[in-house]
Design a protein around this ligand. Structure first.
Ligand code: NDP
Ligand code: MG
Length: 390
């Protein structure tokens, strides 16, 4: 019997790579639910090929086309973010790949956890926004998260067979993004086209901009804090421009374990879908002799001030990271639409942190309200609106 899987964000970079992995192991995996944001043409193509039981489009204006093409094939269809969250309770799958972008992953992931599904987590924003709540719900539902993010997958792999009490440090690698060698003045003038040119990874637009600002690394530190239940001061980031060492764990005896591989998300996706087991790769293998050197350097928070937001958010706690995430979602779009300059991504976030009320022990409703208030603040601040099908 194949393992049944729901993919949230099947039309994106992680979603399409997940379907590629599934297509290579048809006896092992079956895509039972496919969900996309608004790309109805691609969702239809995927549904025709993979024959899920259900295809969902978040953008309700695209529903009719989805239904008209897929109903004759016996594929159920639905539209809207509420339908997407409701689908997480269906009994016909047991693992959810969360590959939507931004805050949109939060509510469906919570529903999936409450329904006892295992989570293959790509959508790191879920843990950034509400890490404490999510980890509590995971414990209550006795289910678990297997990370898809390459750094966290690497750490997860390094921890196999180890006593968590013997971990002294997590070392998260960062490529440094396209502006690693730029001066601070030069970074102030970069264009969206330059920021979208990631040197190592081909990803969706939002995470590519987050990588350029290095907020992605700050998010990954927050993600690691919750995933591995480790004190923030024991998580460190190091810049490794070749992106071959995907992350490391240091143990109390001084040993450092690392996971290496070519930069290709299909490895962490396979590992997460296979429930932390090793499945054969289809991509080329790593030839270390192709790399004259593997280098490591300290990240520079003067050039990339977004890096400072990880210690800030983790020390402050409460809804601080939720504010950072929401302000960033608007700021990234505003930068892509050339309404703000690159350094204003950071200042939009810090202005939001000053403007939005702090909540020390947020409930789910508090997170939802914080997200909405911050989106509204940042939209007024930047003059940029983000599409709402959340
Ligand atoms: P993409 O932008 O490529 O894809 C996003 C997907 O989410 C698309 O299928 C999109 O649908 C869908 N989507 C967007 N908004 C909604 C919504 N409101 N409801 C339902 N679906 C929605 O992003 P990535 O694949 O790059 O990233 C996905 C997540 O994985 C992010 O959280 C990112 O940080 C994380 N991640 C990505 C990595 C990568 O290599 N790409 C690496 C590590 C983590 P549509 O296109 O149809 O609108
Ligand atoms: Mg990553």
């Amino acid at each position: 019997m194949p393992h049944n899987i729901a993919i949230l964000g099947s039309t994106g970079s992680i979603g399409t790579q997940t379907l590629d992995v599934i297509s290579r192991f048809p006896d092992r995996f079956k895509a039972t639910v496919l969900a996309a944001g608004s790309n109805v043409g691609q969702l239809i193509e995927q549904a025709v090929k993979f024959r899920p039981s259900l295809a969902i489009i978040a953008d309700e204006s695209k529903y009719e086309r989805l239904r008209d093409v897929l109903s004759p094939l016996g594929i159920e269809t639905a539209a809207g973010s509420a339908a997407l969250a409701d689908a997480m309770e269906r009994p016909d799958f047991d693992t959810v790949v969360t590959a939507t972008v931004g805050y949109s992953g939060l509510l469906p992931t919570i529903r999936a956890i409450r329904a006892g599904k295992q989570i293959a987590l790509a959508n790191k924003e879920t843990l950034v926004v509400a890490g404490e709540l999510i980890t509590r719900l995971m414990t209550e539902a006795s289910t678990r998260i297997v990370p898809v993010d390459s750094e966290h997958s690497a750490i997860y792999q390094c921890l196999v067979g180890e006593d968590p009490a013997t971990v002294s440090k997590l070392i998260i690698t960062a490529s440094g993004g396209p502006f690693r060698t730029f001066t601070r003045e030069h970074i102030a003038d970069v264009t969206p086209a330059q920021a979208l040119q990631h040197p190592r990874w081909n990803m969706g637009a939002k995470i590519t901009i987050d990588s350029a600002s290095m907020l992605n690394k700050a998010f990954e530190i927050i993600e690691a804090r919750w995933l591995f239940d480790i004190a923030p001061e024991r998580i460190e980031a190091v810049v490794h421009p070749q992106s071959i060492v995907h992350s490391m764990v240091e143990f109390i005896d001084g040993a450092v374990k690392a996971q290496l591989g070519i930069p290709d998300m299909r490895l962490p996706i396979r590992y997460a879908l296979g429930d932390a087991s090793r499945l054969p790769a289809s991509e080329r293998s790593l030839m270390l002799s192709d790399y004259a050197q593997l280098t490591f350097e300290k990240p520079d928070p003067e050039k990339f001030p977004c890096l400072t937001l990880a210690p800030y958010a983790l020390n402050r706690g409460g809804n601080a990271a939720c504010i950072i995430n929401a302000a960033n979602e608007v700021a990234v779009r505003a930068f892509l639409e050339e309404k703000i300059r690159f350094p204003e991504i950071f200042t939009t976030i810090t202005d939001a942190l000053e403007a939005i009320p702090f909540v020390e022990s947020p409930s789910l409703e508090d997170y939802v309200a914080t997200h909405r208030a911050t989106i509204q603040f940042a939209e007024e601040h930047t003059g940029c609106r983000i599409p709402l099908h959340v």
